[in-house]
Design a protein around this ligand. Sequence first.
Ligand code: FPP
Length: 247
Amino acid sequence: MNSNTSPDNYAELDPAKIPAHVAIIMDGNGRWAKKRLANRVRGHEQGMEVVRKIVRACRKTGISILTLYAFSTENWQRPKPEVTALMALLKRFLKTELNEMMDNNIRLNAIGQTERLPEGVRELLHKTMGMTEKNDGMLLNLALSYGGRAELTRMVRDIAVKVKTGTIDPDSITPELISDHLYTGGMADPDLLIRTSGEMRISNFLLWQIAYAEIFITKTLWPDFNRDELMSILKEYQDRERRFGKV
Ligand code: FPP
């Protein structure tokens, strides 16, 4: 998608129709690198630069929650050097972005099996989450070692245990109760889901939460994604009519 919006186009958006929660499947780092005959890790590095810019743009736009699919449960199966490089990048991101998050009132949160992350990453992650805990300008949710089916499985187990111990009556299991038992408990569901690099897949991302999300798929590879394209997607989102199954 090519954007023809001007560089200072935040004003063109309708403030009343800014999506509260935007979720992004950041895909295409490997292809971006391949096109340049570079190592895949180079693509992830460039991808991290784009993460920085998009976080800033979302904050400026007034989006309340931004959820980024940074590492899936399936990504553990990638070659070890790539996994190691991604973990190192994540650490670098957490270190370099702390000031930015504090200055811009951004709270960091992680969703996924964070217990599987290497100790150094986990410690830094929890430290950053603690330091940004009181920030309320925007919530940045990093999906790390995240898988939708694993999340749903965990939710079913948690609820089953509560039923077994008598804390929950089966009749009180509602969609709201299910939502509350997900990693995203207490958060609004995504209004908008963006996927880069053209693949028409959900890839096990936020399976329950995206029930009514508007989906935008762009052919742009994540390392080439930018603020202007985000703005044009937001504009198109504002022009869509959301019906939530009604007429
Ligand atoms: C998908 O591209 C991307 C990932 C598996 C990792 C996403 C990571 C980043 C954007 C950088 C680090 C992020 C943070 C938050 C520090 P791919 O490798 O599957 O691309 P391909 O499909 O073209 O091979």
